[in-house]
Design a protein around this ligand. Structure first.
Ligand code: FAD
Length: 576
């Protein structure tokens, strides 16, 4: 299936050109130009600078945003057969991981030629050099390995057969830190220039070779990290470079673009979505890169979450937070019907999204107990995990193993617009029905689902696949310790109060992007490299134009930026 062409895409947030009349045109020159200072951009720039090249990094945002999305990320990383896994009793192998990756990706298109090759290369990296390379840079990992995307189908279905989600000690900021330090060191030595508030609107070319970029200088902004900044134009710029690397991220902050590329296999796009990325993840470089001759592929492959909640304390517009759910909550659709097997929390993100899009409603519900929320709710995002982000061991022990919900989770229970906390099921159902869209809920259906599930707890036997899975999950030390509550009746007053959470679709990652070869060279319509042009990170589908295929195993996005940014930075440096 052909992806839609970026050149016809809906316009990206148009720039008001208020001060243009007096605009001056600034000119810069470098060996390597890096567009975007997210994790991918920092890695590529650090590599090019380490190779002795002069580097310019441009980004449309104020400098407070260095690190891009990765700063906000949980810093979850996919490793294969790591020491952390082995210490937790997990026997992983490259063969098992390859099976999981390819069965999850479901590559099935001619356009998957380079994505498949990137997948093989990335698996080798995640099994080999990746961990040692990061350790060398001072990056550490939380010892308990998480089990994301558990699948629940057969051995040839999607999902992780074993836990592989390694949390960076220090979360996203801990991952960004060494690359930011390397870039700033090169800047201090005069070999690298960082140009904030430079918004690229064109790649410049000469005889089919990309020679740099041009665009608008935006007005200085004191917007805080993550908050939207103005698009007022105060000047123009042009940068000449022997190699240009596009690392401009995905499209998750641009709902028009998400809707436009939304694939029919996921039903119709929701009318209402919340936003899991800052507004600068706007896809503005897509038409610009296509206009320079690069091919964008797999735009219809995207990774949005189904456990989004509205942030009570938002930083960016429509700011939503993803619950990284443990497996115990009962998942109901908007009418109160339980989701089918194996669509349990944390099992199959896109399978659940596709199912929910058939229900005729944009939202769904978790129903759970206080006991479950305390053990199982983790919120994705560095700012939602002050213990891990701040490397604060006492806080970590208190919040993950102590009594009560972790502070950030409790804040949502107290202030979150999507949370209902009540003593009895009748009160809970009334509370759910009182939220916007809650009138779709059939209270009798909710009662039947919850009571029937609870009856399954009286026995060691069960016909309920989720209950059986809960029991088996606790055989894994990591789950038993911090991720899976001891199975209990949801309606047991001792486990209460009862909690319902209204869940929204939350936009996040673009799985497709600029097609690249294994050197990160952007490829044109005829399959040959566009001279002078490279791409990596989310803008390039984390490698090749879509290393994940249709679905991801998680922890593979920041990892994909590390790997593809490194490849492109090294290749660009070697070519000039
Ligand atoms: C809350 C959150 C949690 C996450 N958790 C995880 C996790 O645990 N594990 C994981 O693997 N992934 C996670 N991710 C995803 C991951 O962080 C991102 O996919 C990744 O960081 C993208 O990096 P990037 O360098 O490709 O792009 P970005 O970080 O998006 O950076 C792109 C930059 O390009 C700039 N730009 C765009 N267009 C232009 C233009 N025209 N001119 C100039 N500049 C431009 C933007 O301003 C931006 O600064 C998470 C993301 C979020 C938001």
């Amino acid at each position: 299936m052909a992806a839609r062409s970026a050149s016809n895409s809906p316009s990206n947030s148009a720039s008001p050109r208020t001060s243009r009349q007096n605009a001056s045109r600034a000119a810069h020159r470098a060996d390597v130009l890096v567009i975007g200072w997210g994790l991918g951009g920092l890695v590529a720039a650090a590599e090019a600078a380490a190779a002795g090249k002069t580097v310019v990094i441009v980004d449309q945002e104020p400098r407070t945003n260095l690190g891009g999305q990765a700063f906000w990320s949980f810093g979850g990383l996919f490793f294969i057969d790591s020491p952390e896994q082995r210490r937790m009793g997990i026997r992983d192998s490259i063969e098992l991981a390859r099976q999981d990756w390819f069965d999850t990706a479901g590559f099935d298109r001619d356009d998957d030629l380079w994505p498949r090759r990137w997948a093989e290369a990335y698996l080798d990296f995640a099994h080999g050099e990746k961990r040692a390379w990061l350790r060398e840079k001072g990056v550490g990992f939380f010892p308990v390995v998480g089990w994301a995307e558990r699948g629940g189908y057969t051995a040839t279905g999607p999902g992780n057969s074993v836990p592989r989600f390694h949390i960076t000690w220090g979360t996203g900021p801990g991952l960004v830190a060494p690359f930011q330090a390397a870039v700033e060191q090169a800047e201090a030595e005069g070999r690298l220039t960082i140009l904030p508030r430079h918004r690229v609107t064109a790649l410049t070319t000469a005889d089919g070779t990309v020679t740099g970029a041009a665009g608008d200088v935006l007005a200085a902004s004191d917007a805080e990290r993550g908050a939207p900044s103005s698009r007022e134009v105060v000047g123009e710029f042009e940068i000449t470079a022997a190699a240009t690397v596009v690392l401009s991220g995905g499209i998750g902050g641009n709902h028009d673009l998400v809707r436009w590329q939304w694939p029919a296999r996921l039903g119709t796009p929701p009318e209402h979505m919340i936003t899991g990325v800052p507004a600068y993840v706007d896809g503005s470089m897509q038409p610009v890169t296509a206009a320079a001759g690069a091919r964008l592929i797999n735009g219809d492959r995207m990774w949005h979450y189904v456990e989004g909640i509205q942030n009570w304390d938002p930083i960016w517009p429509g700011h939503g937070i993803r619950i990284l759910p443990g497996p115990s909550s009962i998942w109901l659709d908007a009418t109160g019907a339980r989701l089918p097997v194996p669509l349990f929390p944390g099992f199959d993100t896109l399978g659940t999204l596709a199912h929910l899009r058939q229900t005729g409603h944009d939202h769904s519900w978790f129903v759970l107990s206080q006991k479950i929320v305390e053990k199982e709710f983790t919120l994705s995002g560095s700012e939602q995990n002050p213990d891990l982000t701040g490397k604060d061991l006492p806080l970590l022990v208190r919040s993950r193993l102590g009594k009560g919900a972790a502070g950030p989770v409790q804040a949502f229970l107290d202030h979150g617009a999507d949370f209902v906390v009540r003593r009895t099921l009748d009160e809970l159902i009334d509370g759910m029905r009182a939220l916007p869209g809650g009138d779709a809920l059939d209270g009798a259906r909710v009662r039947r689902e919850v009571e029937a599930r609870d009856r399954e707890m009286d026995n060691d036997f069960t016909k309920d696949a989720q209950v059986a899975m809960l029991r088996s999950a606790r055989a894994y030390r990591g789950d038993k310790l911090i991720r899976t509550a001891a199975p209990h009746r949801i309606l047991d007053p001792a486990a209460g109060p009862l909690i319902a959470v209204k869940l929204h679709v939350l936009t996040r990652k673009s799985l497709g992007g600029i097609e690249t070869d294994l050197s990160g060279r952007a490829l044109g319509a005829d399959g040959s490299p566009v001279p002078g042009l490279y791409a990596a990170g989310e803008a390039a589908g984390f490698g090749g134009g879509g290393v994940h295929g249709y679905r991801a195993l998680e922890g593979t996005f920041v990892g994909g930026c590390l790997f593809s940014g490194r490849v492109a930075g090294r290749a660009a440096a070697a070519a000039v």
